[in-house]
Design a protein around this ligand. Sequence first.
Ligand SMILES: CC(C)(COP(=O)(O)OP(=O)(O)OC[C@H]1O[C@@H](n2cnc3c(N)ncnc32)[C@H](O)[C@@H]1OP(=O)(O)O)[C@@H](O)C(=O)NCCC(=O)NCCS
Length: 172
Amino acid sequence: MMFSTARLILRPPNAEDLARLFAIYGDPATNQFNPAGPLADIHRAEALLEGWLEHWNANGYGQWAIASRDAPEHIIGFGGIALYNYLDVERLNLGYRFDSAAWGKGYATELGSAALTFAFNELNAEQVFALVRPSHRASIGVLEKIGMQRIDVLDDVPGQPQSLVFKANRDS
Ligand SMILES: CC(C)(COP(=O)(O)OP(=O)(O)OC[C@H]1O[C@@H](n2cnc3c(N)ncnc32)[C@H](O)[C@@H]1OP(=O)(O)O)[C@@H](O)C(=O)NCCC(=O)NCCS
């Protein structure tokens, strides 16, 4: 199912998104804070997309492909709500990665806010979580702007500072 926000179109990804996925996830700029770094080749992008499509098939929701309403055919990022296992439990996790050309316009905030609404209203979720590297001020700012609160830390990158765990509650 497709969703739209004031400026964005959010739709399920498909096989034709592979080139844009690799362009965005293979770009060092979009992975500056990702300890794993950019995707090394298109095969990794294929595997990532395959995993997303499996998640959609199994759950009926997952990462969206994101376009602006002005240019609906051009994917500017990927993000949304997906199941992710950390701190011992499978959680509804909010994630996002936008093409650097689309940064600084409030798109991540708009996507994040829509994703929380989707999780609470459509999935009937009680809580949504997000993980962020502690030095990633822009992404922390997004999570704060959409009303998420820091609740914990996670030792997910050996030898490096812990990631921050954020949470939003349905009723807050
Ligand atoms: C992080 C990211 C999602 C932000 O997307 P965006 O659409 O530019 O975000 P928004 O415009 O909605 O909000 C970003 C906020 O961070 C602020 N910001 C941007 N760069 C910053 C920096 N270096 N330090 C502090 N704040 C910064 C912006 O000013 C803005 O806050 P404001 O609205 O109060 O001015 C985007 O840069 C991205 O996709 N990066 C690559 C992937 C990634 O890191 N994903 C997150 C993994 S946790």
